[in-house]
Design a protein around this ligand. Structure first.
Ligand code: SF4
Length: 220
């Protein structure tokens, strides 16, 4: 796989990219603190971007620091994050995370992967998002879009996102890691969708295993 070409083609199509908690109407990916990225990514679990954005904005307008969120009344947090869904679980989760960041880490989210993964409710995708979008460090957050696209393209042949993360780290040069998530997520939402990928509009057909297999007998 020519990764330089792949990244160039994706960049041409999707300069803005996605971001947990990002306003879908926004033209640029804003810089956010690791704490806000961590909380927004937890809120983004099992919901759409637009809902994550609403919930994050409402929450941070009232409680923007670990200390404030740790001390916030649970019911008020539930109310504020309601648009993100699963607000009973998520409100307790974000408060627990905020309390630990405040009490154990002096209000600074740890950068170390193992320490991030030690927070309840923080899996590899969330921890990697904090690395990339909070600290600007190279990491490969693998969500359903990145997992599916990597398998369709033939970069990976995996069942679980965790396996895909390992393959991508081995296969793709580190200089591209920081962009992979945001580019593939946008690509997955707009073109390489879960059902009925829009292969006719895709710039990556020449390097795609799925395309090769599905369309090999057709006259292109
Ligand atoms: Fe996805 Fe089709 Fe593009 Fe392959 S050719 S990456 S399956 S949209």
């Amino acid at each position: 796989m020519d990764y330089e070409k792949m990244m160039e083609l994706l960049r041409n199509e999707f300069q803005v990219g996605a971001y947990p908690g990002k306003d879908p109407e926004e033209d640029e990916v804003p810089t956010r603190s690791p704490f806000k990225v961590l909380i927004s990514t937890v809120l983004s679990q099992r919901t759409k971007d637009v809902n994550t954005h609403k919930a994050s904005e409402a929450l941070f307008s009232e409680y923007s620091t670990p200390k404030e969120l740790a001390e916030a009344p649970l019911d008020h947090v539930k109310e504020l994050i309601e648009p993100s869904g699963f607000y009973n679980v998520k409100s307790e989760r974000v408060k627990r995370i905020a309390r630990r960041v405040h009490e154990e880490y002096d209000d600074e989210v740890p950068e170390d992967m193992d320490e991030l993964l030690d927070f309840k409710g923080v899996g590899r995708k969330t921890a990697n998002c904090v690395q990339v979008y909070g600290f600007g460090e190279p990491a490969v957050p693998v969500d359903t879009h990145v997992h599916r696209i990597s398998n369709r393209l033939g970069i990976a042949d995996t069942k679980e996102p965790e396996e895909t993360e390992k393959v991508l780290q081995e296969e793709i040069p580190k200089k591209y890691w920081i962009e992979i998530n945001k580019l593939m997520v946008e690509f997955g939402k707009n073109i390489c969708q879960p059902r009925n990928p829009k292969c006719g509009k895709c710039p990556l057909t020449e390097m795609c295993k799925y395309y090769e297999e599905v369309y090999k007998d057709e006259d292109r």
